[in-house]
Design a protein around this ligand. Sequence first.
Ligand SMILES: CSC[C@H]1O[C@H](OP(=O)(O)O)[C@H](O)[C@@H]1O
Ligand SMILES: Nc1ncnc2[nH]cnc12
Length: 305
Amino acid sequence: MAAKQENVFVGVIGGSGLYHLDNLTFIKHVNPETPWGFPSSPIAICALPSGKQVAFLARHGTGHSIAPSAVPARANIAALKSLGVRAILAFSAVGSLREEVRPGDFAIPSQIIDRTKGVRPASFFEGTSIVAHAAFGDPFSLKLSKWLEERVKAVLETSGNGAQLHSDKTIVCMEGPQFSTRAESKMYRAWGGDLINMSVLPESKLAREAELSYALIATATDYDSWREHEGSVTAAEVFKTLQTNAELSRKVAASVLDELHEAAAQGDILTEEVGSMKFAIMPRSEKQKEEDREKLRYVLPTYFS
Ligand SMILES: CSC[C@H]1O[C@H](OP(=O)(O)O)[C@H](O)[C@@H]1O
Ligand SMILES: Nc1ncnc2[nH]cnc12
């Protein structure tokens, strides 16, 4: 088990365009080797102006060298948990499937539609002799997401660039790396999808298995490929807004992390995830291999000690 970092209760996962929280004070890098390998890149332990510390992880690596399908999500979540993280604030650059969610706007989704292709290891229990079925009806931490809404809205209102916050949205997670066809984009809208990305799964599933609170701040960069009289999304289009969104994301992070650290330390917004796996894991049997129990102890010490 990696060494817990004294008083690090909040982890931030940066997506495309957000590779550093350079408005915070860098302290050190830690690079825990987990039973599922190393995280996308060394985790930066950063200090807030108050001195409180947070962990920052670049989902695609700081040089954006890791494609969506290859993100070591199990190592990322396990590494953050091993540091003592209890709540994860994840950022993601997303496509918008709704007119009202404009490029430059932010959204806090509440639901996910899985359009990944099953090529991403999506459970810590995969390949072990232990079976577990995590509850995932509400894929994001309801209390953490609600807690974030007003705070993120307040930052956007003072940002001056007209960015709005949209809540209670459904995000489609596709495999990629190519963007959607026009037909797929329209299909996702018909299914009730509001946003689209390539990275929220299995990250959110693994956070739930590890009993971590997890919320996503989606930052819109394009209208995907559903608008009749417009070109379909291109990386160039996405890149136009990435930096502006990243700057605003850093302001959001700097604004909420101090209070979130305190809340996470006290556990008052974490109760819904802590203990959620207690009845999800099949009862112990002689068929469960000790080496598998040891592996899972890394993320769920309560149940496998
Ligand atoms: C650069 S557009 C596609 C790419 O951007 C998003 O990454 P993230 O969610 O980590 O911000 C999307 O999921 C794709 O990985
Ligand atoms: N249109 C899109 N589809 C998938 N992921 C995205 N990230 C940003 N824009 C996207």
